[in-house]
Design a protein around this ligand. Structure first.
Ligand code: FPP
Length: 253
């Protein structure tokens, strides 16, 4: 190939998403299709989540943020809410030490108040145990709502101001630094499964320049191949951030 060969300009395509968010939708429909209780769909959903987390680093992903339980999910039947809480207990019990050994930092996004006290304690422990890991960041949104997170971020700023801290005026940078996701790289890609095409109060601030991919697969069937397909779709997008030029590709490594 000569220097004059027409080829995509170096830097015109993103190399791959660093931070991917997953709306894991379709557990209920997966179970219904099989005549199983919804709880079985959520249980299989955890297996799909484990497969997906394992595959992410090989695709160059540094951070996954997954929607485990929204502030709106409290409206579900008590039994289903209790099943979802139970899944968090068992997931942390079975996987925390392995995630820790693998260098994964675990963060739980969302309001702690309102959660059963044992879950709040489990979350604190998991975050503390993995706080110094830097190979991969796994953020699980649990009792999370994006609007509530922005409100909480603004309230933090006001509280510091009232306490006499020199925080200055509210700016985008200041507010962003107070969001639950402040430890994560910028969000590149949001994936929603099951064919639904909406954000459902997930990462609304962070989504400003994220690419959106909607996949027609129920979450319990998700795994490495589906994630690779989502990443491939991302690779075909041109990101201009409101300008006319494509943004420079991420430098690998
Ligand atoms: C949406 O499917 C899924 C959820 C509300 C919960 C997702 C949770 C998991 C996959 C398990 C989370 C576990 C941990 C450890 C974080 P749906 O029930 O709304 O499906 P439907 O739209 O087909 O009814």
């Amino acid at each position: 190939m000569t220097a004059t060969t027409a080829a995509p300009l170096a830097g015109s395509r993103p190399a791959g998403p660093r931070h991917v968010a997953l709306i894991m939708d379709g557990n209920g429909r997966w179970a219904k299709q099989r005549g199983l209780p919804r709880a079985m769909g959520h249980r299989e959903g955890v297996q799909a989540l484990k497969r997906t987390i394992q595959a992410a680093p090989d695709l160059g992903i540094e951070c996954l943020t997954v929607f485990g339980f929204s502030t709106e999910n409290w409206a579900r039947p008590e039994e289903e809410v209790s099943d979802l809480m139970g899944l968090v207990r068992s997931y942390v019990a079975s996987d925390l030490n392995r995630l820790d050994r693998e260098g994964v930092r675990l963060r739980i996004l969302g309001r702690r108040r309102g959660l059963p006290s044992d879950i709040a304690a489990i979350i604190e422990r998991a975050e503390a145990q993995t706080a110094n890991n830097d190979r991969f960041l796994l953020q699980v949104a649990f009792n999370y709502g994006a609007r509530a997170d922005v409100v909480d971020a603004a309230q933090k700023h006001i509280d510091r101001l009232m306490a006499g801290e020199p925080v200055g005026p509210i700016t985008e940078e200041a507010l962003q630094g107070n969001l639950a996701t402040s430890a994560a790289p910028p969000l590149d890609l949001i994936v929603r499964t099951s064919g639904e095409q909406r954000l459902s109060n997930f990462l609304l601030w962070e989504a400003a320049y994220a690419e959106l991919v909607f996949q027609d697969i129920l979450w319990p069937d998700y795994g490495p191949q589906a994630l690779a397909e989502a990443v491939a779709q991302f690779g075909g997008r041109e990101r201009r951030y409101g300008g006319l030029q494509a943004a420079p590709a991420r430098v690998a490594g």
